[in-house]
Design a protein around this ligand. Sequence first.
Ligand SMILES: [Zn+2]
Length: 236
Amino acid sequence: MIIENLVKLQDIDTQLTDIEELLGDLPTKVEDLNNQEKGLVDIVTENKSRVKEIDLSCAKNEGKLQDIKEKIEKYKEQLFAVTNNKQYDAMMNEMDFLKQDRDKIETEELNWLEEKETLETETKEKEDSLEALTLDLRSRRETLKIAILNSAEEKKVLEEQRSEATKDLSPEIMALYKKVLNARNGYAVVELVNNACGGCGAVVPPQTASEIRNNLAVHNCGSCGRFIYGKKKEQD
Ligand SMILES: [Zn+2]
């Protein structure tokens, strides 16, 4: 029976669409998570390398500060031996310069330490998110893998059923089926419900409805074009 094959075909195509939709969404989600993961890893890596840089700069500054401290100490000792005002002023000037340098270095270091603290807090946060994300990602990747495997098997079975269901359908019927399927959101075959089209609700003439119920002819809804079938139990 043409209509019975069409009903089967519709059922198979609906299942195939479901599989496509499931797979269509998952890979995108996994890719999204992969990108998020990469973003977090990049930030953590950048932060850690910046912290290393700061540590190195701070160590260098310690050397500079030690140097300045020694110089100032030396000037202080020399001050006692100074014999004239000009020399004294010159030495005091030098010491002022050194102290300015020292202040600059110390301010710089404070800023770095503050930056380091911010970076370390952020790194910790990102590492926590990364841990949660990686868990999520792992489970989704697993789901995807299983879904692909399962659906491959399921698809194979459905494709076989599909060729079985379509082998007796004429090219004209198939062309019409595809046309209606595309035009009507994937539903081309619907049930007769209370003498009306189960797809759009348009009333079917009594004679046609009777033919549909008794499987006497293939009818398409005059309004939406869908194929209409009747359930056997509605026959009497
Ligand atoms: Zn209709």
